[in-house]
Design a protein. Structure first.
Length: 443
């Protein structure tokens, strides 16, 4: 492996696996940072985890709540302390070097959030996985992304051990408790318990890979999609700021796991980027659990899928959800009757969002005061959208065709040239959706 000098420490090795397996730049979609000044001002060197957490502590906001979990509240300062300790343990005890991939296994809880941040602070690449995945499926990801390390919630040990048996490449599996505070029970908790304060966050480039997200695999085997540090910030600076109107006093909750980029943004990077907070809960999501979480923590925002909104209609009247101001649907088509029934019962207009794992998050949506019945929305500020025919040519307004999008994020498959060529055409990302676009840009 080549060497790179890391600030605050000796010369260290760098694992270039992800960099070497990016598609050639000529096969990327056109990347456009010009539409929003904030995007154009990103520095060439950045570590997104430091921007998301450490920047708030440095600015004197360390005592603000970042994560609610039952009776526990983690401040930004505590989240920084835990993620710093995890980064130290990865580098000092496990020998993780910048560019290594680290598999993350856990439901949405404070330790899982800190682990994701800690991996990235260490300059490594986070590969978060759905809690329900089995050993065979995990082994496929391990072999595809050549993963040697895994951090896993103690409650998911069985399938992690199964994956280790199936994929000998996985050398280290360490376990953490939901709040990373049980050193007598979880070995990774023990490692981080004795770490000193602080960590010299690894000096990474804006276009270093920090995240490999695997698609759901509905069209064959899951495909790894690679995203840069700047992609994480871009997804947090476009839709949340301009459509969702994220505010520091927002408290978000919802059902999507952090392993889905929908959940990663909604319940971690969006709140952190805007100095807000997220509320996690124990156990699988259910209508009752979501309502109780909203009532307990006075959540202002709910992120979930249309099927959950439909199920919630049967129980919202039994709980005090008066704190709720904003609701967001993604992951599947939002039926108009569900939208209307929810609006009638709660007075809240559900924001519909269209995104993809390949593009990292939402790129088509509409503000609550700009929603048009029957339309998903318009291109999110920072993005451009058009409709192409099957030959890749733009079509006039009102003509059905293939949705095409480009902006500050774009598809970068891991070792999948055929799929890359199908997803990126003439500089546009093709998410696979068919739409018409009207004269006003509504899709």
């Amino acid at each position: 492996m080549p060497e790179r000098h890391l600030p605050g420490g000796p010369t260290a090795h760098v694992d270039t696996f992800a960099r070497d397996r990016l598609p050639p730049p000529e096969e990327w979609a056109e990347m456009d940072f010009s539409q929003l000044p904030k995007l154009a001002a990103y520095p060439d060197r950045m570590n997104c985890a430091a921007d998301l957490v450490d920047s708030h502590v440095a600015a004197g906001r360390g005592d603000r709540p970042a994560i609610y979990y039952g009776e526990t509240v983690w401040s930004y300062a505590e989240l920084k302390r835990k993620s710093d300790a995890m980064a130290r343990a990865l580098a000092e005890d496990l020998g993780v070097v910048p560019g290594n991939r680290v598999l993350l296994r856990g439901p949405n809880n404070p330790a899982m959030a800190a682990a994701w941040l800690g991996v990235i602070k260490a300059g490594a690449i986070a590969v978060a996985t759905m809690p329900l995945l089995r050993g065979r499926e995990l082994a496929y990801m391990i072999e595809t992304a050549e993963i040697g390390h895994c951090l896993c919630d103690t409650n998911l040990a069985e399938e992690a051990e199964s994956a280790r048996e199936r994929a000998p490449r996985l050398k280290h599996v360490l376990y953490f408790s939901p709040q990373a505070n049980a050193p007598d029970e979880a070995e990774f908790d023990k490692l981080i318990a004795g770490k000193p304060e602080g960590f010299d966050v690894v000096d990474t480039a804006a276009d270093d890979v920090c995240l490999i997200a695997f698609t759901s695999g509905t069209t064959g085997k899951p495909k790894g999609t690679m995203h840069f540090h700047r992609d994480v910030l871009a997804m947090s600076d476009c839709w949340p700021a301009h459509i969702f109107d994220h505010q520091p006093d927002d408290i978000s909750t919802g059902s999507p796991p952090l392993a889905f980029t929908f959940g990663l943004g909604a319940l971690l990077t969006f709140p952190l980027r805007h100095g807000a907070a997220a509320a996690f809960f124990q156990g699988p999501p259910s209508p009752e659990t979501l309502c109780k979480t909203i009532a307990r923590h006075k959540c202002t925002a709910l992120f979930t899928a249309p099927t959950m909104f439909r199920a919630l209609l049967d129980v919202v009247g039994d709980h005090d959800i008066s704190s709720l101001k904003k609701c967001v649907s993604a992951g599947e088509h939002l039926p108009k009757p569900t939208w209307e029934d929810w609006h009638r019962k709660t007075g809240i207009k559900i924001l519909d969002g269209l995104g993809s794992t390949e593009m990292i998050h939402i790129f088509v949506s509409a503000r609550a005061d700009e929603i048009r019945p029957g339309a998903t929305g318009k291109a999110v500020p920072g993005y451009a959208a058009t409709i192409l025919d099957d030959d890749g040519n733009e079509v006039p307004p009102g003509t059905a065709g293939n949705l095409a999008v480009r902006g500050p994020t774009g598809c970068k498959y891991l070792q999948n040239p055929e799929r890359q060529a199908a997803y990126v055409v003439n500089g546009w990302n093709l998410p696979g959706d068919r739409f018409t676009m009207d004269e006003d840009g509504y899709l």
